[in-house]
Write a protein of this length. Structure first.
Length: 277
């Protein structure tokens, strides 16, 4: 493979690679190239490229509507495999989400730190996918063995023309949700004594705080640029683009660490109570 010459081309290279191991390998290699060039004082140009509307994905897993994905009880070995599989699927999606934000919005001039943050996040998601994949193999399964949720890319499509909308819905709603639910998952594996899965999920949990924080940082940056009130703007964008409910309980401590104050998310949980979607 010839290494792409711009960061946007690196992003499209990852997005158009279907095989998960190859996708994550390229993601990590491009991240390394980006940071090596930054350290050498000769940053890779951002460039321009056309990201696909949807990223390339492998033939397996089958993607099903959420209501059709079989539910398994987490107290069973099969249930825990299903949980690891679901997390692996989320991580693979996250790899593409972070490269997509890099390639999608190059018409909006942003400081270099914006790209540093999302390249680092994409690299970490690639590692997270590898960790989940290894846990599945250790349990006699693999990514692709079970069906997975379709529709995870919807947030990206809905916000393909709106960088502030993307930041609001992806890192500040979806990834923040990960902070709420991960401690409960870790507890499930602790009860089962699955130390590899506990260690992997602890790594994910620690690094996801950073991704939410990057979302909040760049959202606030753009609010400043456009002289917008951050809280009101966030509420308006989530109401416009997010099609689910923000469900408590919230991990207030980790959300605070990531720069999400309670008055950002609590009002959205209240006005979505009873929403039909
Ligand atoms: Fe992750
Ligand atoms: Fe993440």
């Amino acid at each position: 493979m010839n290494a792409p010459l711009t960061l946007a081309a690196c992003a499209v290279d990852v997005l158009t690679t279907a095989d998960p191991l190859e996708k994550t390998r390229r993601s990590r290699a491009h991240a390394k190239a980006w940071f090596n060039a930054r350290a050498a004082g000769q940053p890779m140009p951002i460039g321009k490229a056309s990201p696909p509307l949807q990223p390339a994905r492998p033939a397996k897993p089958d993607l099903l509507a959420p209501r059709d994905v079989p539910r398994r009880r987490p107290g069973t070995p099969q249930g825990r495999i299903a949980l690891l599989h679901a997390v692996a699927h989320i991580e693979l999606n996250a790899v593409d989400l972070h490269w997509d934000i890099i390639a999608r919005f190059t018409d909006t001039p942003m400081p270099m730190g914006f790209y540093d943050d999302w390249v680092k996040s994409a690299d970490e998601e690639s590692k997270h996918f590898g960790l989940m994949s290894d846990c599945l193999i250790a349990e006699g399964s693999f990514y692709g063995a079970l069906p997975a949720h379709a529709g995870m890319w919807r947030a990206a499509e809905d916000t393909a023309d709106d960088l502030m909308g993307r930041l609001s819905v992806v890192p500040m709603v979806l990834e923040a949700r990960g902070l709420d639910v991960t401690p409960g998952m870790i507890e499930i594996f602790r009860k089962a004594g699955q130390t590899d899965a506990i260690a992997a999920l602890e790594t994910i949990y620690a690094e996801e705080v950073g991704h939410v924080a990057y979302g909040s940082k760049w959202f606030h940056f753009l609010c400043g640029r456009h002289e917008l009130d951050p809280k009101e703007t966030f509420h308006a964008l989530v109401r416009k683009y997010f099609h689910g409910a923000l469900k408590p309980p919230f991990n207030e401590e980790k959300r605070a660490e990531a720069g999400l104050p309670p008055d950002f998310y609590w009002p959205l949980s209240e006005d979505l109570t009873g929403a039909s979607e």
